[in-house]
Ligand binder design. Structure first.
Ligand SMILES: [Zn+2]
Ligand SMILES: [Zn+2]
Length: 450
């Protein structure tokens, strides 16, 4: 009987040991939100920092601690989306106030069910020993204590986690693109600040254009990019075919985000002619981003990673990290390298960068899949309403005409049209000259961080 009980106890211990880690769904959120100006659907603006959110109202804090409330339905769609995200973040932080969630969101994560089963079996065993008085009390104490010791150790003994990535290694991948990108790190995340504008040409070759142009983005401060330093393997990698049509899945080492290969209509953005010769284009926030692997970065990056996925794993170009030919890829679009750590590869065919997130990621499901997105990530702030696609236009040139000034040229019906734009401390200035020579000017305020 003693042997039987010992076996049960060992099963309990084994269960605790072999428990798989659950999703790190606590996410990583910054306590101080970067906010400044909120756009209302009426066209008016409200200033204030996000303080809290409840039901369908957000509370903003203004200078001097003054609080004002703004109903969500008064905001523009983009700002409402941002407000919802911040409310989720707020709720997340509140929940994290309890010890349980602190443990759950720490590095030591175990599957709760297996843990409870382990505790239960250990207790039953201990009780069994005590009840049958099969062992003196000191043995009972020893067994109970060691059961709990084993359970504590099982918190640490997670096998589903590759070694922590060295921040210095990630930093060396970004180094060739400094000072346009700025890096920093803490114990959990490697942070990258950038404007999202690359040092290569942009936009030329786009055949399906929604009239957006590249503007510098505020991927700084609390809106920086965050790459987890401690990736964890996902039990079920989330497919990029049916998820993450919004937001980035990776960050290129030049500070430009890499989005899903499929656009928000589910089309392969490259194949439908939406991308320029460098694999990028601009979103509704006039935010430049890639939808395919920026393999051209290999020229400067060599054998180093050309990007890091938002699950923390590196993305290499056409070569293995040791310079040998790329080995076969799995359905996530990567494999375990000779160092025992997983990495992705960029290629010239779909899915180009990531087929599924090999590592665990927290997701924002305020819009259901495929419109969900990975969090944390940096957000673009649109400065003007989105325009409609300009059918038949092909972008032939984008050049800097002065400091903070660009001229974009497109061709349509064998005639040329232009978008000349610039920005100063306060405003963005646009001049649209269509193919018939008609001119239209628009000015939009620059929204500052406060
Ligand atoms: Zn896009
Ligand atoms: Zn490889």
């Amino acid at each position: 009987m003693k042997t039987f009980l010992l076996v049960i106890l060992l099963i309990g211990i084994h269960c605790s040991f072999s428990s798989k880690a659950v999703a790190h769904n606590g996410g990583h959120y910054h306590q101080q939100d970067e906010l400044g100006t909120w756009l209302l659907a009426s066209g008016k603006t409200v200033h204030g920092n996000f303080f809290m959110g409840k039901d369908n109202t957000i509370v903003l804090e203004q200078t001097g601690g003054k609080l004002i409330t703004v109903p969500l339905d008064q905001l523009t769609e983009q700002d409402r989306e941002l407000a919802i995200l911040k409310m989720q973040r707020f709720n997340e932080l509140n929940r994290a106030a309890t010890l349980f969630v602190k443990i759950k969101s720490s590095a030591f994560i175990v599957n709760k069910n297996w843990l409870l089963l382990g505790i239960l079996i250990s207790l039953v065993c201990s009780y069994g020993y005590w009840y049958r008085k099969a062992v003196p009390n000191r043995y009972l104490t020893t067994i109970t204590l060691s059961s709990f010791l084993v359970l504590v150790v099982s918190f640490v003994g997670q096998s589903n986690r590759p070694p922590k990535t060295s921040a210095a290694f990630i930093d060396s991948a970004f180094a060739p693109y400094k000072p346009a990108v700025q890096t920093s790190w803490d114990s959990a995340y490697f942070h990258v600040a950038s404007t999202g504008l690359p040092n290569h040409e942009m936009m030329v070759g786009i055949k399906s254009w929604q009239q957006q142009v590249p503007l510098p983005q505020n991927y700084t401060g609390n809106n920086q990019w965050s790459i987890p330093l401690q990736p964890e393997y996902a039990a079920n990698p989330i497919s990029t075919k049916t998820n993450f049509m919004r937001g980035a899945v990776a960050l290129a080492v030049n500070g430009v985000p890499i989005f899903n290969a499929l656009n928000n209509r589910g089309d392969d953005a490259f194949l439908v002619g939406e991308l320029d010769q460098w694999g990028g284009h601009c979103g509704k926030g006039d935010d430049y981003h890639y939808h395919v692997a920026p393999l051209h970065l290999e020229t400067l990056s060599g054998w180093m990673p050309i990007a890091f996925a938002l699950d923390g794993f590196a993305v290499y170009a056409s070569k293995e990290p040791d310079g040998t030919a790329m080995k076969p890829l799995d359905e996530c679009h990567g494999h375990v390298g000779s160092n025992g750590i997983y990495h992705y590869h960029g290629t010239i065919n779909y899915p180009y960068v990531i087929g599924a997130m090999k590592g665990k990621v927290a997701t924002d499901e305020s819009k259901p899949a495929p419109e969900n997105q990975i969090v944390p990530q940096a957000f673009a702030r649109p400065v003007r309403p989105p325009l409609t696609p300009m059918r038949g236009a092909v972008i032939t040139d984008l050049k800097a005409t002065a400091n903070n000034a660009y001229s974009l040229t497109y061709q349509m019906d064998k005639k040329l049209g232009y978008v000349n734009y610039s920005w100063d401390a306060n405003n963005y200035h646009f001049t649209f000259i269509d193919i018939n020579g008609n001119e239209r000017k628009e000015t939009y305020p620059r929204r500052k961080q406060q």
